[in-house]
Design a protein around this ligand. Structure first.
Ligand code: GDP
Length: 659
């Protein structure tokens, strides 16, 4: 038997009584659904003799007991419908009658859910979050840290840098050159370790480089919620110039709103032409500083090492401008860069600290996992006691292998960490339901619900086309859609098929992908499905424009217009045992339709507003009743009619706003 079943059987107010009783006896159960041992069941029965099964048995034909529906966490339409024994569509329809428009995966407000449950003869028991239900003595709880830091607690932290750019332009070579020149030669020695990032020191200041270059990795992390980079360095080979992937990298960095610098590499080659690259940069709106722009451009050579120190100095200068700060004194928080199971070490996670200081012995949670930090290993392969903001370390001691991009957080102690990890496990399941459908699709946008989302008045698109000419034509046409209310933001434009990178950028930026005369690269469908990104392909330009325009309109909340269609007066009230009361009325003007909503007015005062439940004429269901005709009607959630009440029927119309 489970906790809630026993509570119901014993006639207790809620399952919490059972959980509390067991806790008094040192038995902590997880939740309402936990199974009970015979011993636990006996103990509870003994504790609540008055409402015991024996008593229940002596009243065999009591009024049918209300079914209890237990919901933990957010109340989701689909699950809630199942719990009420309804089809999701039925529930959605009922909610529409209440003027609530929700899709199958959306959350329902608690009050509304309670009303719906009552309507179906059930009682809703809602547990907000499992963790909050555990009776913990507040006094013993270590104080939670405030989420915001005070200004005086903030200290400058090293910048975190990612190299991006076209293939073969020298990203990896630059990373290696800097690592070899700076890390291996540094006095703390050690053998360099690949832990996803490394830190170099220049003039007593530090810079952290993320080890995986390229915008795919960068955007993939961002799509997972891990915004780790402060400065993106676009690497351009001086002999090759700006190439398609260079442009893509620039667009990805821009979409992420990170600072952009340029390293013009391979300056040792004969064919190197730095000025030509600078000229190209101007066209990309990245005019170099020495050409009157604001972009820092550093000529370098990953082979000879020329310009590397200057590049590092410029990174520090850029960091100064960004005023990167973090509080090193709080409990650490950051992201997993990569993680694996290592022989002899168990699960290891290479993490990057964003705030606070991570220490050996800390209790840490990482997504649904937790652990106690057994050891920290630096990028020099040395065991360290602490890791400060912007530092990457390998962490030993987690109970399982987390996923890259997951956030880690140090907790007050082991118990809190374990509780948090349990909670995260429960929430993970909820997120699987709630987050996945949150990605944007054009159809979503055309639905008014999207209008409620914050920042929804910006439609972000990624545009791909077959040739540069059509790309420009579409961009011009899109620019012609004028609207003061909705902003159209073209995040990336490109010639060629829709790629997995496009999908990742769309996922990270909540954008949709629009293609013209292009198809999808192999494997893109699977990535798009996994990431929940919508790709729309067109071969007719007007169709593309129309749909984008419709999507923009969809972002605007429709104007709701109410039209009164008729009135009826209550002549007689009929009491019908189970189903409540029916008002016998005459339509005094206009018409009453079964789809209308009604307002009950008594002496001019509005008593209730709701949907009609049924409309009958001479025992038969009627779709409409006209002036002078008599009818019987019933409402949802109201039956306190009196003779003389006026029923005002109205219809609601939603009118799309103009752009
Ligand atoms: P990535 O694809 O951007 O990571 O490029 P790599 O770092 O793998 O470099 C591609 C090729 O360019 C390799 O053969 C490198 O040796 C070469 N390379 C990289 N940087 C330089 C440079 O500064 N000068 C010269 N001459 N060759 C370079």
């Amino acid at each position: 038997m489970r906790v809630h079943e026993l509570a119901r059987e014993l006639g207790l107010r809620s399952s919490k009584d059972v959980l509390d009783k067991l806790l008094e006896h040192g038995m902590q159960l997880k939740n309402h659904m936990s199974p009970l041992t015979e011993e636990q069941e006996a103990l509870v029965r003994q504790a609540f003799p008055s409402g015991s099964a024996a008593q229940a048995a002596s009243q065999p034909v009591a009024a049918p007991e209300k079914k209890t529906v237990l919901v933990r966490g957010p109340i989701i339409v689909k699950e809630f419908a199942e719990q009420l024994g309804l089809k999701p569509n039925q529930l959605i329809a009922e909610m529409m009658m209440m003027n609530i428009f929700a899709s199958i995966n959306e959350r329902i407000d608690l009050k509304i859910a309670q009303q719906l449950a009552e309507k179906h003869g059930a009682h809703l028991e809602h547990e907000k979050k499992q963790i909050e239900r555990k009776p913990v003595t507040k006094a013993a709880e270590p104080a939670a840290e405030p989420t915001e830091d005070r200004v005086e607690e903030l200290a400058t932290r090293p910048p975190i840098v990612t190299f991006m750019g076209h293939v073969d332009h020298g990203k990896t070579s630059l990373l290696d050159k800097i690592r070899n020149a700076k890390v291996a030669a540094s006095e703390d020695g050690g053998i360099t370790q690949h832990i996803g990032a490394y830190t170099v020191t220049l003039n007593d200041r530090q810079i952290t480089f993320l080890d995986t270059p390229g915008h795919a990795a960068f955007t993939q992390m961002r799509a997972r919620g891990a915004n780790m980079t402060d400065i993106a360095i676009i690497v351009i080979a001086a002999d090759d110039g700006i190439m398609p992937q260079t442009r893509e990298a620039i667009q990805h960095a821009r979409a992420a709103k990170v600072a952009i610098m340029v390293a013009i590499n391979k300056t040792d080659l004969r064919g190197a032409n730095v000025d030509r690259v600078k000229q190209q940069l101007q066209k990309e709106e990245l005019a170099p500083e020495d050409w009157g722009g604001t972009t820092i451009c550093c000529p370098v050579s990953a082979v000879t090492g020329a310009g590397i120190d200057h590049l590092l100095e410029m990174i520090l200068l850029q960091a100064d401008m960004l005023e990167l700060k973090s509080n090193p004194t709080r409990r650490a928080q950051g992201y997993v860069i990569e993680a694996r199971l290592e022989p002899g070490m168990g699960p290891t996670a290479n993490i990057l600290v964003k705030r606070g200081t991570l220490k050996v012995g800390d209790a840490i949670t990482c997504g649904p996992y937790w652990g106690r930090v057994k050891a920290l290993i630096s990028d020099k392969g040395i065991k360290v006691r602490t890791a400060t903001p912007s530092m990457a370390v390998k962490v030993l001691g987690l109970t399982a292998v987390p996923e890259p991009g997951m956030e880690f957080q140090v907790q007050a102690n082991d118990r809190v960490a374990r509780d948090m990890s349990e909670k995260a496990c429960a929430e993970k399941r909820e997120q699987e339901i709630a987050v996945a459908p949150k990605r944007l699709t054009l159809d979503d946008l055309m639905r008014p619900a999207a209008a409620q989302a914050k920042d929804a008045r910006k439609l972000r698109i990624i545009l791909k086309a077959d040739v540069q000419g059509s790309l420009e034509a579409i961009q011009n046409a899109l620019a012609g859609i004028k609207s003061d209310k909705v902003q159209l933001d073209i995040l990336l434009t490109g010639v060629g098929n829709v790629s997995s990178n496009d999908v990742l950028l769309a996922r990270a930026s909540e954008a949709i992908i629009v293609g013209f005369h292009v198809s999808k690269d192999d494997g893109v469908n699977a990535v798009a499905k996994r990431e929940g990104v919508e790709i729309r392909l067109y071969s007719i330009i007007y169709e593309l424009l129309d749909e984008v325009r419709n999507a923009m309109v969809g972002l605007l909340e429709p104007v709701v217009k109410q039209t009164v269609v008729g009135h009826a007066e209550v002549l007689q009230v009929f009491e019908i045992s189970k189903k409540g009361k029916i008002a016998g009325c005459r339509c005094t003007d206009g018409r009453i339709t079964s789809r209308s909503r009604a307002r009950i007015k008594r002496k001019g005062e509005v008593l209730f507003e709701g949907a009609l439940n049924s409309l009958k004429r001479f025992q038969n269901d009627a779709a409409e009743v006209r002036e002078g005709q008599e009818c019987g009607l019933r409402l949802d959630h109201f039956s306190d009619f009196q003779v003389g009440d006026v029923i005002e029927c109205f219809e609601i119309e939603k009118i799309a706003q103009q752009l």
